[in-house]
Design a binder for this molecule. Sequence first.
Ligand SMILES: NC(=O)c1ccc[n+]([C@@H]2O[C@H](COP(=O)([O-])OP(=O)(O)OC[C@H]3O[C@@H](n4cnc5c(N)ncnc54)[C@H](OP(=O)(O)O)[C@@H]3O)[C@@H](O)[C@H]2O)c1
Length: 133
Amino acid sequence: MIGTASARNHAFVQAMGAEPVAYGEGLAERVRALAPGGVSAVADFVGGQLEATLAVLAPGGRNVSVADPSVARHGGHWIWVRPDGAKLAELAAVVDRGALTVEVAETFPLDATDRAFTASRTGHVRGKLVIVP
Ligand SMILES: NC(=O)c1ccc[n+]([C@@H]2O[C@H](COP(=O)([O-])OP(=O)(O)OC[C@H]3O[C@@H](n4cnc5c(N)ncnc54)[C@H](OP(=O)(O)O)[C@@H]3O)[C@@H](O)[C@H]2O)c1
């Protein structure tokens, strides 16, 4: 498992069991150095990564993006999360079992939603912003 992040988050990525690499210029080369035969799957949570994705995927590899619909024209899947109470309950049970942890970056009261939005717009939040009613 290889995970992209800025340097300040590399130890965090490593603690989750992945090999951290910096994103930006030269990303595909850095991934190729770690996986010379290519990687079997790419999950893009940022967008604008199609070129790097295709450069690192092994033949027959799979790719998915939550932020770039154009991947669908290049053999990938674009997915969109939909509100689903039943699925959320399943996830909550997995959290209760301790098999899934959720990093909470910051918690806001409802009347400070504007501050949560501003934090989100930085593009560098590590984990979830929680709004408490
Ligand atoms: N399809 C869906 O259902 C769905 C759901 C939620 C969000 N989204 C979309 O997903 C995207 C991400 O949203 P988000 O709120 O989860 O995260 P975000 O706050 O935009 O990004 C958070 C993470 O992305 C890393 N990052 C920033 N620029 C990067 C780059 N160029 N390459 C690789 N990593 C980079 C940051 O790492 P560092 O802090 O270490 O730089 C940070 O950990 C948005 O476009 C959003 O609209 C889609």
